[in-house]
Structures are given as C-alpha cells and as structure tokens.
Design a protein. Sequence first.
Length: 56
Amino acid sequence: MADPKHIVTGAVDLFDAVLNQAVTVNVNQTWPLKDTAEAHRAVETSQATESVVLLP
C-alpha cells in the first residue's frame, strides 16, 4: 500500500504540472454530475473509452 504522504506529494506535483502547462489533459467526454449512473454505464459498456469527467 502506498504511503499517503507520497500520494499527496504526487498529486501536488501533478496538479502543479497541469497548472504550469508542463502536461496537458485531454478530456474526451463530460457528463453532468446528475448523470453519473449513465456515465458509469457508458464506461462499463465501452461507449466511453477515454477520459470522462463529471461536472458539477
């Protein structure tokens, strides 16, 4: 099991890299949070095969 401190450090490093545009994140599909079940079904049935983001 990963040390929680390493997980937090890694997350901070990743978000810094995204914010500084050192890496880019490609979002292929977005779903309203209210449609989480539908988004989950899409992933399970391979209708959504890449990144999926739930929006508030």
